[in-house]
Design a protein around this ligand. Structure first.
Ligand code: G2I
Length: 444
């Protein structure tokens, strides 16, 4: 049993090697351009929010890895995730995202150190001086853990009220420490990691309005008094009630003129089709028109995992197919798509399965590239004395010799980006146990 298994493994390896050259030849040509590459050509990063629990989903990881050059942990670096109980820090899920990004040369945005939401209840129970100690300790511990690994930190998130008041929002920090908590958080952050860019991040501040005016006044004051701040994040959650503002670029520019970088940090736009695509393009163009707008992050990879998935606000649909919004963003970044939403590619691998005295079974796995595909075909060639006596999970067609089989899908051949399927067949060896030659995968 053991030696039989080992023999099968060796044969499988041989088969795989025989097929490898062809797999390489099939080339799985990359899409002409990606969001990340085309943004890089404009001196910017193009990022996405990422959830650690989706990294194991092949098309999620394939899309992330192919298209994005920066990640923001969607929830994993928030206070409740990192310090749920006082003084006890849990970095597992955040570190998982960091490792994924670092292994692929992606930047990481840190989100977020001080925020009224996703704040464990123990923080709210502390008296002022203890709260100050806890806030500074949280900033210090977390920033030390990630020292040198985070390009920008959202030091304080959403500290201002919506509406016309221009006031600070009620929170344990605001209510007990007063407005000075923001400045104190930035000073503590700078002292801990002088290399990280320190950002203030908020929503409904994307156009010129009472809320953005209040943030503007704070940043101006910080710059005048030498309080350390390097960047302002504009979350940019848009929908029909809150569309991309006409003065978006102008607003980004006035902050940049204060001497800070600006970043679009959580972009998503509810809608679909060409109107969504146009809005996305306008948002991207606004950033590109502001030299200190250093990067864009969308708030998720795929509509299906969006925090407001019903609004389908992202660039890839639930099957990881590129939406019109993807094409318009790529075009706005100066990239070129293969047309119809990216170049469709696939690749194959071969493995020998069971074998008997007179025959063996082979299995071919088909994997879609970084775009979804709607069909594929693979050519399998056997030695002249061999015969294919059975096939499964595919629809074969044959050349005149009966030695070259072209396999196509059974029914619907759609695969998501990075998705896989497989087909199998039995080869009657007639004394020749050679593996088949598995040709290039052609996608449609
Ligand atoms: O609300 C959208 C964003 C606004 N700006 C700050 C961001 O940090 C915020 O992100 C969202 C996440 O996208 C959601 O995923 O923040 C929400 C919480 O304020 C996140 O939702 C939470 C759910 O409320 C929890 O029930 C859930 O356990 O996500 C958690 C993890 O899935």
């Amino acid at each position: 049993m053991r030696s039989h298994a080992r023999k099968a493994l060796v044969l499988a390896t041989t088969g795989l090697l025989a097929a490898t050259g062809v797999v390489a030849l099939s080339g799985t040509a990359h899409a002409a351009s990606t969001l990340g590459e085309s943004a890089a050509a404009k001196g910017r990063y193009f990022g996405t929010a990422v959830a650690a629990n989706h990294l194991g989903e092949a098309p999620y990881a394939a899309t992330l890895n192919a298209e994005f050059t920066s990640v923001t942990p969607e929830n994993e670096m928030k206070w409740d995730a990192l310090e749920a109980s006082r003084g006890s820090f849990t970095y597992g899920a955040a570190d998982q995202i960091l490792a994924h990004a670092q292994g692929r040369g992606m930047k990481v945005r840190g989100h977020t150190l001080v925020w009224h939401s996703q704040l464990p209840s123990w923080v709210g129970t502390l008296a002022a001086s203890d709260l100050r100690t806890a806030m500074n300790n949280h900033i210090t511990q977390v920033m030390r853990h990630y020292q040198g690994k985070i390009h920008s930190w959202d030091v304080v998130n959403e500290a201002f009220q919506d509406g016309s008041s221009g006031a600070r929002r009620s929170s344990p920090f605001q209510d007990k420490l007063g407005s000075g908590f923001i400045e104190e958080a930035f000073r503590t952050a700078r002292a801990t990691d002088p290399a990280a860019k320190l950002c203030y991040n908020d929503y409904n501040t994307d156009g010129v309005n009472a809320k953005s005016n209040a943030v503007y006044a704070m940043v101006k004051d910080f710059k005048q008094r030498g309080v350390p701040i390097d960047c302002v994040g504009f979350q940019s959650h848009f929908n029909s009630q809150s569309p991309v503002p006409a003065d978006y670029q102008q607003n980004l520019q006035r902050f940049a003129d204060l001497g800070v970088d600006v970043q679009i940090t959580e972009l998503d736009i509810e809608g679909s089709g060409s109107s969504q695509a146009t809005s996305y393009a306008n948002a991207v163009k606004a950033c590109l028109a502001v030299s200190r707008c250093t990067g864009i992050t969308v708030w998720g990879v795929t509509d299906k995992y969006s925090w407001r998935s019903g609004g389908t606000p992202l660039l890839f649909d639930g099957n990881y197919a590129k939406k019109p919004a993807y094409d318009s963003v790529l075009a706005a970044l100066g990239g070129t798509s293969g047309g119809g939403g990216g170049t469709r590619t696939c690749s194959v691998s071969y493995a020998k399965q069971e074998e008997w005295g007179d025959r063996y079974n082979g299995k071919v796995t088909v994997t879609a590239g970084s775009s979804a595909i709607s069909g594929w075909n693979v050519r399998v060639t056997i030695a002249s004395v061999q015969e294919i006596s059975a096939t499964w999970n595919g629809t074969p067609s044959w050349d005149g010799t009966g030695k070259v089989m072209t396999m196509t899908p059974n029914g619907n051949g759609s695969l998501a980006a990075g998705g896989t399927t497989s087909f199998g067949f039995t080869v009657m060896t007639h004394g020749n146990t050679a593996p088949p030659t598995v040709g290039a995968c052609t996608a449609s």
